[in-house]
Ligand binder design. Structure first.
Ligand code: BGC
Length: 920
């Protein structure tokens, strides 16, 4: 048995290779290795075998290369609908532990993985986008529609080889063939910038078809993001007011016959029993209006149904996405069901989450329940013992169901989702008493990304903080990266994801998801003549093209920084290439500059949004000068685009951006930095920005900024004083400038504002504000009071990198930096990361008693790590640390370890005065 195995083959960043929109999908493979005898396995060449069908022996392509991630497709391009199977075998060398020599070691051929291409060219589509002839109500929610069409297979098609459904919608769809629901996607086709890019899905529907009897094809369409109310200004129909769908069902007989059933004017339409369905305001379903047999009975009488009309396609390109679909991922049972003092039936699911309820309906057989309506109201928190819906602003997340004599046993809304931990049930039949935990469950929905990262340590509160960040990520990665899942926003806020991407890309495989969202960003920015400024939310439903929104640092800087962060985690240069025009458009045209090269001073900035001193009614009134924030970001953005232009070989740009970055860095120093290293804004955020973005000229300036930051942290009694911008940076700034114990001290602080304060208040997700819930349990009166915003959870990136010690040393993790920095009261920590090469495991513990540090590490084949032990970083100066280089395999290290002073003391003249009055 070979010591190294190929465990997974990936096509581009596609979840499974079925229905992929690439003719030459790049291939990546992960490894695992067993047995301690072989170490340091590195690949020298690989073979890819590609075959067309089961009987095909396949064509082998042999390539000399150490790359195993995103390698080019070696065969001829695949065409629309074509499928292929792939097997990979890699050859390399490893060190034999017995003789210390390098020996050749190959993997076996991998398991076979299939790929099937979707429809690559526009003319592959003969189906039309159709809508109903039913009239549209003006400025009202659009009632969901049903569409149906019976069809019969041609006589000569006696057996079916395969059948594929290609489908999308203006709105959200659910398709059914012969009574079977097609696929298990939720909120399909997902939200994209519908005027530019419309996703379609591909389903294998072979098993749903009947060859002898007539078949029935039915589609239900609801308004979703396409026509629903979005954002807080009560505007609806952002992309149009005609709900419709486009579907192409292609059926292939064993003998080569083909039948295509497409959406066209032969379809009939009718109103659905879903009488209203809105994302913000919930869904209403009336079982009395159900039309039995509409999706499975060929003899169903559709005489009262009306016709359909073809609708224009909004000039969007139909895209087979690489991003994973939204699905129902897990269910959560109630932890408590009770009657409140106000007499309301309340349910606590014990977890703030994004999704919907699944209800076991009371049966009508014993009680006359026909026409009885039960409704379910959702909220994230309670106040004074009742649901608190004020933070939801204008959203009214109430779902309701009206019973009939013959309804099925379970019901769940189909085209909406809510952010909630609690639900209030109104109208539950009194004779049944309170619903039980068998009657009602919460269903968690999000984009079905693969989990890649795990972290835990000896402190349960820190583990809960990490868990909360994961829940906030799950809750806000629903088709697009949103700010929050509950109130009248749920929009793709650019700043929030810009800050959270480094954390998110450790926790889940998000390359496909982010690549898709960034494609929307560039499409809107470049095609809508916006002069380089994208929306502050993507898809943009806030500004009306071609009028761009006001330019914003940190938010619009997403154009440059987020492709870069994604590249760091995936190593995908093609993403940089795809986004390069968008990066340049922002930097060269969008970003308004003054004569000194810095930001135009007349632009209002969100700045360090929601720092704890910002009053509830003025979330942008931060302690840190917003221009300093903008200009610090400007240096960062210019230095990043310089690196991108170097990687892409854009030599003219490289020269231009290098000069611009140097000029702006000098202007920043002139404007904001004193020769001694003080800053114009003397705040945690300002120092964190300058230290992490490397904005100082001299080591002395850096040292005095580090001291100043330490002083500010001591004086704040270890409470956090940063908003959205400073929060991802502050702990890195402290650790990287030699104050790692202070970083731990801040992390472990429990009084408000701090990361652990919400945990002490029972938080199960990351809050938008440090004090979304005030210490007395009341809810912050501000209008920005979500309980599920991931931005402030971006500290988990520091947990992964500094506490557990894992970070990529080179883009894509082929080289890994392992540099754990134990501190505070944390005595052990571990992290696991499924890198593009395979699983990395790192776990350490310190033993106070004998003053030792122990690290165990597992590195996947074809990658290497540089390990920097505490004994090394404690003695070496900045930039002088010498790491131990190791290859794949399991490794153990130990060294002496003496904890630095804990709790850390302030260096104040009154040396007896200890500022450690915080609660950690
Ligand atoms: C959103 C934020 C966003 C901010 C910008 C808010 O309403 O929820 O997360 O970044 O606006 O102003």
């Amino acid at each position: 048995m070979s010591p190294v195995r190929i465990t997974r083959i990936l096509f581009e960043h596609h979840p499974d290779g079925f229905g992929i929109g690439h003719a030459k999908p790049r291939l990546s493979w992960r490894f695992s290795s067993e047995g301690a005898d072989f170490k340091d396995w590195s690949q020298e060449s690989y073979e890819i075998k590609i075959g067309a069908s089961k009987d095909d022996i396949g064509q082998i392509y042999s390539i000399q290369s150490y790359s195993s991630v995103l390698v080019p497709w070696p065969g001829p391009p695949l065409c629309s609908r074509q499928s292929a199977w792939v097997q990979i075998r890699a050859h390399g060398t490893a060190t034999d532990a017995n003789d210390g020599q390098r020996h050749a070691a190959s993997t076996e051929w991998s398991d076979t993985t299939s790929v099937e291409v979707a429809l690559l060219i526009a003319t592959d589509w003969t189906a039309k986008m159709i809508s109903s002839q039913l009239p549209v109500a003006g400025n009202e929610p659009l009632r969901p529609l049903l569409f149906r069409r019976p069809f019969t297979l041609p006589k000569e098609m006696t057996s079916i080889h395969k059948a594929r459904l290609y489908i999308s919608a203006h709105g959200l769809y659910r398709a059914h063939i012969n009574g079977c629901r097609v696929g298990n996607e939720e909120m399909a086709p997902g939200w994209t910038s519908y005027n530019h890019r419309l996703h379609y899905q591909v389903y294998d529907v072979t098993s749903t078809l009947r060859s002898v009897e007539p078949n029935v094809f039915g589609v239900e369409v609801a308004e979703g993001w396409f026509a629903g109310r979005l954002a807080w200004e009560n505007k609806r129909y952002h992309y149009g007011d005609r709900l419709g769908f486009v579907a192409q069902l292609e059926i292939y007989g064993e003998d080569g016959q083909v039948l295509k059933v497409v959406s066209d004017q032969d379809w009939k339409s009718c109103h659905s029993a879903t009488t209203r369905s809105e994302i913000y305001d919930g869904e209403e379903y009336d079982f009395r209006l159900e039309q039995a047999g509409w999706t499975d009975d060929p003899a169903f009488d559709a005489a009262s149904w009306c016709g359909t009309v073809q609708v224009p396609f909004q000039c969007a390109t139909l895209v087979a996405p690489d991003s994973p679909p939204v699905r129902e991922i897990e269910t959560v049972a109630p932890v408590k069901i009770w009657k409140s003092e106000g007499g309301n039936t309340l349910i606590d699911f014990g977890q703030n989450l994004t999704g919907k309820l699944q209800v076991q309906l009371p049966s009508s057989t014993n009680q006359p329940l026909e026409g009885h309506t039960i409704s379910f109201k959702h909220a994230e928190v309670l106040e004074l013992g009742e649901l608190c819906t004020r933070p939801l602003r204008s959203a009214k997340p109430v779902d309701s169901v009206t019973l009939s004599a013959t309804q099925p046993a379970t019901w769940s809304p189909k085209f909406t989702f809510h952010g909630f931990r609690y639900a209030q049930v109104d109208g539950w039949p009194t004779q049944l008493g309170l619903p039980t935990s068998n009657d009602i469950k919460a269903v968690v929905m999000h984009s079905d990304m693969t989990r890649t990262g795990w972290f835990s340590c000896s402190d349960p509160l820190v583990n809960q903080l990490h868990e909360n960040a994961i829940w906030s990520m799950k809750g806000n990665f629903l088709s697009v990266p949103t700010d929050c899942p509950q109130r009248d926003e749920r929009l793709g806020w650019t700043g929030d994801i810009q800050l959270f991407t480094p954390s998110a890309s450790f926790l889940y495989g998000i390359s496909g998801f982010m690549g898709n969202w960034l494609a929307d960003l560039s499409a809107e920015q470049l095609e809508d003549r916006r002069k380089g400024v994208p929306g502050v939310v993507i898809p943009d439903v806030l500004s009306i093209p071609p009028n761009p929104p006001d330019p914003q640092c940190a938010w619009h800087d997403v154009t440059v920084l987020t492709p870069w962060d994604s590249y760091i985690s995936s190593g995908d240069r093609e993403l940089l290439r795809a986004q390069y025009a968008s990066m340049k458009a922002w930097v060269d045209q969008g970003l308004p500059r003054g004569a000194n090269g810095l930001w135009d001073q007349n632009v209002w900035q969100y700045g360090d949004w929601l720092d704890p001193t910002a009053p509830p009614e003025e979330p942008g009134k931060a302690a840190t000068d917003s221009l300093l924030v903008a200009d610090a970001y400007l240096v960062r953005v210019l230095e990043t685009i310089t690196k991108v232009s170097a990687i892409l070989g854009e030599s003219e740009d490289l020269l231009r951006y290098t000069a611009d970055a140097a000029k702006v860095r000098a202007a920043f120093q002139h404007e904001y930095v004193t020769p001694a290293g003080l800053l114009a804004s003397d705040t945690q955020t300002a120092h964190a920005l300058a230290l992490v973005f490397g904005l100082f000229n001299t080591p002395n300036q850096m040292a005095s900024s580090a001291d100043r930051l330490a002083h500010l942290v001591h004086s704040a009694r270890y409470r956090i004083a940063t908003g959205f911008v400073g929060t991802p940076l502050i702990t890195h700034a402290l650790s990287d400038s030699g104050n790692h114990q202070l970083a731990y001290r801040m992390l472990l602080e429990k009084s408000c504002p701090s990361w652990l304060y919400p945990i002490t208040m029972g938080a199960t997700t990351i809050w938008e504000r440090w004090d979304s819930m005030l210490p007395d349990g009341s809810i912050n009166p501000g209008t920005m009071t979500s309980f599920n915003h991931y931005a402030l959870g971006s500290v988990v990136n520091w947990l992964h990198k500094n506490v557990a010690g894992l970070s990529p040393l080179e883009p894509g993790w082929q080289k890994i930096r392992v540099r754990p920095v134990p501190g505070g009261t944390i005595t052990n920590a571990e992290a696991t990361y499924d890198s593009p090469y395979g699983r990395i495991e790192c776990s350490w513990k310190v033993s106070e008693k004998d003053g030792t540090f122990h690290l165990t590490l597992s590195i996947p084949p074809n990658s290497q790590a540089v390990v920097i032990l505490p004994s090394e970083w404690k003695k070496a100066g900045p930039g002088e640390e010498k790491g131990i280089e190791v290859g794949s395999g399991k490794h153990c290290f130990s060294c002496c370890f003496k904890q630095d002073e804990w709790p850390p003391r302030a260096k104040l003249r009154r040396s007896t005065f200890r500022l450690d009055t915080g609660s950690a």
